[in-house]
Design a protein around this ligand. Sequence first.
Ligand code: SF4
Length: 270
Amino acid sequence: MIKKREFISFSGSCPYDCKHCYTFHCAQNSGFKEDDITRLSKSILGKDFDIVYVSGHKENFVNPDVGIDLCEKLFVEHSCHIFAITRNVFTDSQVERLRELSSLMQARGKKLFVAVSISALESAAIVENTENLPTPLERINFLKRLYEAGILNILLLRPLFNNNIIPISETMKIVDLLQSNVSCVVASGLAVNDGILSKMGIPSEAFRYAAINSSEYLNGAIVGDNKLVDITEEYSKLEKKCKQYGLPLFSHSMEAANWIADSQLIEVSA
Ligand code: SF4
């Protein structure tokens, strides 16, 4: 079972500058840069973990080759499972690099999970600065290419909004488009603070909030006070949609990683 995780992330401001981003606000220019792969990898030496998330303070695959270099280094030095998260899309040769790494890891009993975040289709501009990053449809196509390459891919529907702001029907359309091309789906709700609300230009009263501010899935990525939006109704609709396709839906990425690892869904060709 995959139990303990560590986060590894380049630092500095994220060029994507998403409006909902909580990690962006805590990004400090306090250490690692893209050329510090060796130092980043060494920073978790001696720690107790099963999986390393290449995720945290910023998008780590702005230059996908640099992010893949980091993943390769992590596997060489730690022989661990790796969970890479991105909002970017990769070229065919970069997908091939991932396939080779995935294949090598698989041969040694480890897994490479590649999760692609998509928050909306037509309403993407509510959550992202759309001129900064690939369109949702380009990311959907990227997920399909990962799947075709035999890479363990995960659709990250994050963050979910209340239906009055981003209709859940829009999110369910993403599932329709990817029903046969992803290993599973992970979805969780938006967390907001005054800065995020102001960046999105949405008043606090527009949201319903969770009674219990449980945000374990954000541990390691978030600082400060943030209120969790209550997406119970939206999640339940999404659950029905995923069930319709026999597609597992999880609220935590670790559950998804364990489910994939247990079910051995995809055999990566050597
Ligand atoms: S890509 Fe990720 S880290 Fe960068 S701004 Fe968007 S949500 Fe934040």
